[in-house]
Design a protein around this ligand. Structure first.
Ligand SMILES: NC(=O)c1ccc[n+]([C@@H]2O[C@H](COP(=O)([O-])OP(=O)(O)OC[C@H]3O[C@@H](n4cnc5c(N)ncnc54)[C@H](O)[C@@H]3O)[C@@H](O)[C@H]2O)c1
Length: 249
């Protein structure tokens, strides 16, 4: 589905990003795996190369504009082109009621999740506009469309990601660029596994009609489709992938 495409994935060293890097490479893309944890990104590259895929690891803190510009330049230099970008970095924060949400927690969450996505899109758009097109996929969350108790900073940062995605879709559609957001429900990735190991019973918390949490590969499949030409008439959407959770009253 992604044969011959050059795709950048941020937060590609773990969880949804790692699953996407491996899946996209399996579908024939060359992938740049960018992450703040370079050693873990390198391990993903090795797992891709071990099965005949093509990937490069890049170090980046996506909240830093200089590092983000360098990441995108390096990705384009290695990929030769930037057909698609999966901006997947995001961080949750410890649980706080809104009245007690520390300013420093709010600012860090916004810097990494909202500003980081803006900076990534800005650098990617500069290349895509020159090239005459591209696809951007941003990882948001159902927390960006619904109120999630105790996660006010996280939800606000994801709402910003959704709105920026829609704005880019509208601004850049005439230049051949599509932008969509993915809104996962609860997905089995290392942060969720850590909470489960510490005693959180997600089957009691989530109200997903399918009765289970999702896998990172299931989310990666949606991202792959949105990066591919198969979704050529889809832009400006925030698509939930949550076992039906967001459809319940
Ligand atoms: N797992 C879920 O249930 C769930 C639900 C909704 C949304 N999401 C979103 O999915 C995305 C991926 O989450 P995950 O569960 O796979 O998490 P994860 O922790 O497994 O992966 C996140 C990756 O991002 C990297 N990262 C963190 N800060 C960074 C920074 N400043 N610069 C570069 N890389 C950085 C981490 O090193 C890590 O490799 C996030 O945006 C998250 O908010 C996850």
């Amino acid at each position: 589905m992604l044969e011959g495409l050059g795709i950048l994935i941020t937060g590609g060293a773990s969880g949804i990003g790692r699953a996407a890097a491996e899946l996209f490479a399996g579908y024939g893309a060359r992938v740049a795996v960018a992450d703040i944890d370079l050693a873990a990104a390198q391990a993903v590259v090795e797992s891709i190369e071990a099965v005949g895929g093509s990937a490069i690891a890049l170090a980046v803190d996506t909240s830093d504009p200089v590092q983000v510009d360098r990441m995108v330049d390096d990705a384009v230099a290695w990929l030769g082109r930037l057909d698609a970008a999966f901006n997947n970095v995001g961080v949750a924060h410890p649980l706080h009621p809104v009245e007690e949400l520390p300013l420093a927690v709010w600012e860090r969450t916004m810097a990494i999740t909202a500003t980081g996505t803006l900076l990534s899109m800005q650098a990617e758009l500069r290349h895509m506009v020159k090239a005459g097109g591209g696809a951007i996929v941003n990882t948001a969350s159902n927390s960006g469309t619904h109120g999630t108790p105790m996660l006010g900073g996280y939800g606000a940062s994801k709402a910003a990601v959704i709105n920026l995605t829609k704005t880019v879709a509208v601004e850049y559609a005439s230049r051949g660029i599509r932008a969509n957001a993915i809104c996962p429900g609860v997905i089995d990735t290392p942060p969720i596994a850590a909470l489960a190991a510490a005693g959180t019973d997600f089957s009691q918390i989530i109200n997903a009609p399918m009765g289970r949490i999702g896998t990172a590969k299931e989310v990666a499949e949606l991202a792959a489709w949105l990066c591919s030409g198969r979704s050529s008439y889809v832009t400006g959407q925030a698509i939930s992938i949550d076992g039906g959770q967001s459809a319940t009253p």
